[in-house]
Design a protein around this ligand. Structure first.
Ligand code: PMT
Length: 407
């Protein structure tokens, strides 16, 4: 029996007939040693009582967003922050719709919106409600947002109908919880990964620069994924407005030249991944003072080529075992990426379409084509987090083939 000692679950109970099953779920979680805090929606209070759940969990049960005493003891933000996992059971069609649309009009939906923790949802509703296109759309949205589903299962329902919509049994929900909370294997423990991210800024004068639209999101997601797999992770980042991922060693830079110097200083490494959108050119001679309007037309800027960081590291004596480049293309995406793979001497190129319509620069999703000497693999569109996780797991397998990345 896997212990959940030290783990904290925030259980959000929706208002459905299946709510009676959460008593058993709480009992099972407590037997494994988990701390269980519970939020009841107003509708859930019609099916189960705060008193019965408080007795089983040994914790106060929360019901109101505007309770002064609750906010003083444990604010609603703190409730989801203190949890390792949020579980919604039963997840009614209404609660699912709120989650999918980011509504926050009560304690349950506010806690769900205010979290960055993983969420497990156990839907429970009438079969027609489950099959309704609106619910299907909402479920798709939640899955795209990274929410995990437990059930629903097929069977006879309280309303007398038969079909999908029955809430998963408490022991099935427990199995999903244990799976989500178990520590991940760390195949990159003891390995060093260097990642570049964000744009570079190439100064024109003390107040102006050349740059691009990279937000750093893809590179930062890769850094988070590398940390999760246990790697010593160095993130060499141009100027972005993202929080520093926990466990990452951040090396902030501005220009391509600085990025190259830091990358060279971080070698040797086991894996290097170049997601940064490095400016290909800089102004040959930065003006020492702000360039003034002279009345005789705009100034001419002489450009000089920046060093190619990826190609330099790929061909250096301290080349990492695996070197991954990115290719940002607006046309002939894979053809150009295949040429870049050869020209830059790396092992893999992650090609993506950065034309305006694709929304990759600054967006949260990406559609990538993994180009190697053996061919091209097209990945479906997914979140940048999922691209990062899948890519890092692939690289870990290439580096340490004898180990599995998942327990
Ligand atoms: O930051 P986001 O908003 O999340 O967007 C992600 C992204 C679009 C920036 C990312 O997915 C991406 O495509 N990064 C590569 C951007 C780029 O500069 O591509 P490129 O095709 O111009 O360069 C090819 C490769 O050479 C890249 O790995 C780049 O980091 C590297 N390079 C380029 C020029 C240079 N002087 N030095 C380099 O190392």
């Amino acid at each position: 029996m896997t212990s959940l000692a030290g783990k904290s679950v925030l259980l959000i109970v929706g208002g459905g007939i299946a709510a009676y099953k959460v008593h058993e779920l709480v009992r099972l979680l407590k037997t494994r040693g988990a701390t269980v805090r519970i939020i009841l929606t107003r509708a859930a209070e019609q099916f189960v009582t705060p008193l019965s759940l408080a007795s089983l969990s040994g914790e106060k049960v929360y019901t109101s967003l505007f309770s002064l005493t609750d906010e003083v003891e444990m604010g609603h933000i703190q409730l989801s922050r203190a949890a390792d996992l949020l579980v919604v059971a039963p997840a009614t069609a209404d609660l699912i719709a709120k989650m999918a649309n980011g509504l926050a009009d009560d304690l349950a939906s506010t806690a769900l919106l205010a979290t960055d923790k993983r969420i497990l949802v156990a839907p429970a509703m009438n079969v027609r409600m489950w099959r309704h296109p609106a619910t299907m759309r909402n479920i798709e949205t939640l899955q795209r947002d990274g929410v995990t589903l437990a059930g629903p299962s097929d069977g006879e329902m309280a309303c007398g109908e038969f079909g999908p919509g029955r809430m998963a049994e408490p022991n099935e929900i427990l199995t999903a919880i244990v799976d989500m909370l178990k520590p991940k294997a760390q195949p990159l423990a003891g390995r060093k990964v260097v990642i570049t991210a964000g744009p570079t800024r190439e100064p024109i004068d003390p107040v102006r620069f050349i740059s691009n639209h990279s937000s750093g999101k893809q590179g930062y997601a890769i850094a988070r994924a590398a940390v999760e797999l246990g790697a010593e992770t160095v993130l060499v980042s141009g100027p972005v407005s993202l929080p520093i991922p926990p466990g990452v060693q951040l090396m902030p830079v501005e220009t391509a030249q600085e990025m190259l110097e830091i990358c060279e200083g971080e070698m040797p490494a086991d894996i290097a991944i170049f997601t940064a959108a490095v400016a290909d050119w800089r102004v040959a001679a930065e003006a020492p003072e702000k360039i003034k309007k002279t009345g005789s037309g705009p100034p001419s800027l002489m450009l000089a080529e920046n060093p190619d960081i990826l190609a330099t590291i790929s061909r250096s004596a301290k080349r990492p075992r695996i070197v991954v480049g990115f290719a940002a293309e607006t046309e002939h995406v894979t053809e150009h990426a295949v040429q870049k793979l050869k020209r830059k001497g790396c092992d893999l190129i992650v090609a993506n379409d950065v034309s305006r319509d694709a929304g990759v620069f600054g967006g949260d999703r990406n559609t990538i084509h993994l180009v190697s000497a053996t061919g091209v693999e097209d990945w479906p569109q997914m979140s940048k987090d999922d691209v990062a996780q899948k890519l890092m797991e692939r690289l870990a397998q290439m580096l340490v083939p004898q180990q599995k990345t998942e327990e």
